[in-house]
Design a protein around this ligand. Structure first.
Ligand code: ADP
Ligand code: MG
Length: 301
């Protein structure tokens, strides 16, 4: 308090040192000229993500950020999607959802970039094979719990992700994972109930019950770490060899018949039981993310 009083006194004696109000700076607006690309982090269907340093002082002390933009060939037709992804991510606050930082506009607002926090260990898809021997079942279960927590939060905000997969789960460190890529996320309020299939990415396998996509992550984890078969191999064994569209058609038929993937070797029976409950055909009977969190947490040591 004494210091504050001293400062007040100083300001009184020297009116010229009174702080000049700086023009309001929006911390979520990033200027293109200060974004310095370091390297590519990855790419998916429409977008690419780069690691950049945002360095307004130009002395390499600025923070590292992940910057998502559309691939040039998709600029025109996908720009609404990136805007919608930005609009959604901006409103999400959860420890298991990648943090929004802001946007960067260029070319008179025609091209847009999404700025997010940078998660140094990349996606679960790259991380798991590299850390195979170090990843215990307990760790995998804990990732699953965190993903469920993020998904449960998303559901509470009336969103469905529609693209949950290991490549879209980001790893902060060995203990923490976060859901990323909200490019296909839809508000449940926008649509009346269920979707009709419009294009490939709306195809039922991609979104019918987001809960069932969790199984892909389980499968990915279990198979990658505990077993010899690749999930797609086992899948093809189940539905028979097919190509393109036929795969989807046969898959839907086989699932409707009630067939499911067998328990992966090394996957504990209780985990497999939960997986089966994710695949329940009738949505009302399918396990909820809350129940999954409970079930998985009970198995955690
Ligand atoms: P797309 O919509 O094109 O699939 P994603 O948002 O899924 O784009 O990002 C593509 C890839 O970039 C991811 O699979 C991941 O490897 C990497 N990536 C994305 N966001 C981050 C991030 N915040 N930190 C680190 N890597 C990231
Ligand atoms: Mg992706």
């Amino acid at each position: 308090r004494a210091i504050v009083r001293d400062i007040d006194m100083l300001v009184e004696q020297n009116p010229s040192i009174e702080p000049v109000p700086t023009p309001e700076v929006d911390p979520t607006v990033f200027e293109k000229r200060f974004l310095k690309k370091i390297r590519e982090l990855g790419e998916g269907h429409f977008g690419k993500v780069e690691l950049c340093r945002y360095d307004p002082r130009g002395d390499k002390t600025g923070e590292m950020v992940a910057v998502k933009s559309l691939k040039p060939e998709n600029r025109e037709e996908q720009s609404n999607n990136l805007w919608s992804e930005i609009g959604i991510l901006k409103e999400l606050y959860h420890e298991n959802i990648v943090k929004y930082k802001g946007i960067c506009q260029e070319e008179g607002g025609r091209a847009i970039k999404l700025i997010m926090e940078y998660l140094p260990a990349g996606s679960l898809k790259e991380f798991l094979p590299r850390h195979r021997s170090k990843t215990s079942l307990n760790t995998l279960l804990s990732y699953a719990v965190q993903i469920c927590q993020g998904m449960d939060y998303l559901g509470s905000r009336n969103y469905i992700h529609r693209d949950l997969a290991a490549r879209n789960v980001l790893v902060e460190n060995e203990r923490t994972v976060k859901i990323g890529d909200f490019g296909l996320t839809k508000s449940i309020k926008d649509s009346d109930g269920y979707y009709t299939v419009k294009d490939d990415h709306d195809s039922p396998v991609f979104w019918v019950g987001t809960r069932s996509s969790l199984f892909w992550i389980f499968v990915h984890c279990c198979f990658h770490n505990l077993s010899l078969f690749s999930p797609s191999q086992l899948f093809l064994n189940m539905i028979g060899r097919t190509h393109g569209q036929m795969t989807v058609i046969r898959l839907v038929r086989v699932l409707a018949e009630g067939k499911r993937l067998p328990r992966p070797e090394g996957c504990p029976e209780p985990v497999y039981e939960l997986m089966r409950k994710c695949w329940e055909h009738t949505p009302e009977r399918r396990i909820t993310f809350k129940q999954l969190i409970e079930g998985l947490s009970r198995m955690l040591q």
